[in-house]
Design a binder for this molecule. Sequence first.
Ligand SMILES: Cc1cc2nc3c(=O)[nH]c(=O)nc-3n(C[C@H](O)[C@H](O)[C@H](O)COP(=O)(O)OP(=O)(O)OC[C@H]3O[C@@H](n4cnc5c(N)ncnc54)[C@H](O)[C@@H]3O)c2cc1C
Length: 497
Amino acid sequence: MSDRPSPTIAILGGGTAGWMTACLMARAWPTARITVVESPDIGIVGVGEGSTPQLRQFFRDLGIAEHDWMPACNATYKAGIRFVGWSREPGFDSYIHPFASDIDLHTEPQFHAAAHARRTGHDVPAHPDAFFLNSWLIDHRRAPLAAETFPFDAAYGYHFDAHLVGVYLRDHAIGRGVVHLSRTVSDVVVGEDGNVRHLVIEGDEPIAADVFVDCSGFRSVIAQAALGVPFASFAGNLFNDRAVVMPTPSDPTGTDVHTTATALSAGWAWRIPLTSRIGNGYVFSSRYIDPTTAEAELRAHLGAGDDVAARHLTMKVGRVETSWTANCLAVGLAQGFIEPLEATALHIVQATVEGFIAAWESAGFTPGRRDEFNRIIARRYDGIRDYIVGHYRLNRRADTLYWRDAVAIDELSDSLKSLFTAWFTGRDMASEIAAQDIARYYAPLSWGCLFGGYGTYPDPGRLRAVERRDGGHIARFLAACGANFPDHDAALARLAA
Ligand SMILES: Cc1cc2nc3c(=O)[nH]c(=O)nc-3n(C[C@H](O)[C@H](O)[C@H](O)COP(=O)(O)OP(=O)(O)OC[C@H]3O[C@@H](n4cnc5c(N)ncnc54)[C@H](O)[C@@H]3O)c2cc1C
């Protein structure tokens, strides 16, 4: 941290994005005056209950231990995502996209070799689930907590209650001097130079600051509404625009260590296990199904009666062209949104705020690095979008118009087209990903699981028989090392004790 005076900061919005921003900025700039203003009348979106492994680093950086925040937020461990029903290829009705663990270095080359052999016409088993540690943990409902004697760390993220995480982070931020105002901002005053001057609050002092952070959700009160930052829509290749949300009781047989994403008739349903309940929702496209029918389909899928309350949400999919415009940083839903298939939104919040702090400081507390920062954030959105588009383009079911249209999406980036070409022509995927410099969004393991998990291989009848060589299977590797991972529920009970 530099010894220059810290900026004064006003954060508009007290959802997860607002409080994550407040915590990160209060840590980076402990002497800064930071104010979070949130409306008592406009609620938070209240979803967003699954993370990537990046959130582990977030809590570590803030010095918050799992045994402190996890029980307070009804949190569970997450080792990856299981995709169910996206493919009708025999043997590929489900697959896991695991978070990659260190130990996978021992089995990943065998997976890529098997997948390469199969896509070039050899009858080699190449379903990804057999190869990776976290897939094994998910299948066995084990917590991703390696015994101290085991020399590899298992990667994991979390599931949590979005409202409770907001409260937890709010208390943490306030404990570090952040000021919390429960008020509705009625106007944003912008100067002739294009910088935000202050936020107007009816009957109260206006809020002035050096930096304004727009965390006001889909309303994007400062960035899009006041500053008119253009919005690049992703609707051309990601056509889900609605969600219906419905909780169900916990599973009495135990707590999963993964999110499930199950394909339904016009979208997909998430299932997120918390210690207190299961969070469910159906992400769908209103072009293909109306909200009432979608709600009924979700109820039938969950076996939920009419007495279970449902909540409907509208989603605006895409991103602002520049996350940092004049003296305003847009973060969270105010900045953009990609449907939650890979639960990446909070990851982007973290990357945006950390990148902003680094860029602001490195240019001597001026916006000198703004353009470069904006390019990096935009690339991240587009890199994640391509991976999500890949899910739809590769689906192997044709039972509804929705899925037939999804497989025919023709608005593909050059990057995604090149990846498809590499896979289908038997080229090395890792080289293609390295040449494009996109592994920081999704690494070869993730792309291999995506293509391989849907069974995107030649028809079994066209495969040539080869001598079977079994190798690289994670279960055998773990047995050989005597690895021991605890039962997920037992690990959660220990945290809460
Ligand atoms: C269906 C769905 C599922 C999702 N699933 C995931 C997931 O699994 N993982 C993940 O990482 N993300 C997920 N997300 C995204 C995630 O929910 C959001 O990124 C996260 O909750 C952050 O939201 P936010 O803080 O930007 O906005 P919000 O929660 O909407 O908060 C907005 C805040 O702004 C305030 N506000 C607005 N206008 C004013 C005003 N005029 N004056 C004062 N205050 C104002 C509100 O009071 C509120 O406090 C999902 C999103 C959706 C829609």
